[in-house]
Design a protein around this ligand. Structure first.
Ligand code: NI
Length: 259
């Protein structure tokens, strides 16, 4: 069974054909999907989808690109955090790639959401782009070691990877690991210990080979698993099973039987 640890089912590209998307996922043996919010509306929608579909769980939070003011309102996160299908706070983090204008606002927003995660003992889903040092420093300083988290669509080096693992973070690989010229994600896949690895689609973005150019959806997490198995020289069953167990452990989801 496969676990897509990060997908935006709440995106307009997917939302109108959700029954089909869920059905396609089942056909490819994708048993669970975490639907990730990036602001208030998308988080509430993630919860609605999680309540409608058994196989779907929700993560709620505010993405760094939404940071425009200091002291953003986070009370709605606290209002929804104890919903039984809300499994994480995310996606949160730092992104200096698109826009550095709101750097201080991003830092404060990230820090405050990490502290909320500590308070409610929820794992964090971290988005990091061109901001490795600041992201690392905030996680190191503010995240309780007891709670875990995941570096989603991880794209930094294998050396940095180990530093995040040492802070009790998992590493999640997405479609780019299947791209022919993606040297760094392939190195990370080879180097990482299977027990710290998750897989994801980040649907509707980052469609893996051989479907590049099409809208991504959770069924395609299979191709991420296949490529990682090839790179590590293990069976796809091993990658499926261990990443499934890891995701259930991270998100605190009860495992029935794992095939
Ligand atoms: Ni995402």
């Amino acid at each position: 069974m496969l676990f897509d640890s990060h997908a935006h089912l709440n995106d307009e590209k997917l939302i109108n054909r959700m029954d089909e998307v869920i059905e396609n996922a089942k056909k490819n043996n994708v048993a669970k999907v975490v639907c990730v919010g990036y602001d208030y509306d998308s988080s509430v929608l993630a919860i609605k989808l999680a309540e409608k579909y058994d196989s779907v769980y929700a993560s709620i939070g505010i993405h760094p690109s939404e940071a425009k003011t200091l002291s953003m309102d986070l009370s709605w996160i606290e209002e929804h955090i104890n919903n039984s299908k809300v499994v994480a706070i995310g996606e949160i983090g730092l992104d200096y790639y698109w826009d550095k204008t709101f750097k201080q606002e991003q830092i404060e927003l990230f820090r405050n959401q990490v502290m909320l995660a500590n308070k409610y003992k929820k794992p964090i889903i971290v988005h990091m782009r061109d901001a490795t040092k600041d992201t690392y420093d905030i996680i190191k300083e503010y995240k309780s070691r007891e709670i875990s988290g995941v570096m989603h669509c991880y794209s930094s080096s294998k050396e940095v990877m180990q530093q995040f693992i040492d802070l009790n973070m998992y590493i999640s690989l997405a479609g780019p690991v299947t791209f022919k010229n993606a040297k760094v994600p392939k190195e990370v896949a080879k180097a990482i210990s299977l027990d710290r690895l998750l897989i994801e689609t980040d649907s509707p973005y980052l469609t893996p080979t051989p479907f590049r150019g099409k809208t991504n959806e959770p069924k395609n997490v299979l191709y991420v698993a296949e490529e990682i198995a090839k790179l590590k020289g293990v069976t796809i069953e091993e990658v499926e099973k261990q990443t499934y167990i890891n995701a259930c452990r991270l998100y605190n989801i009860e495992m029935k039987e794992v095939k």
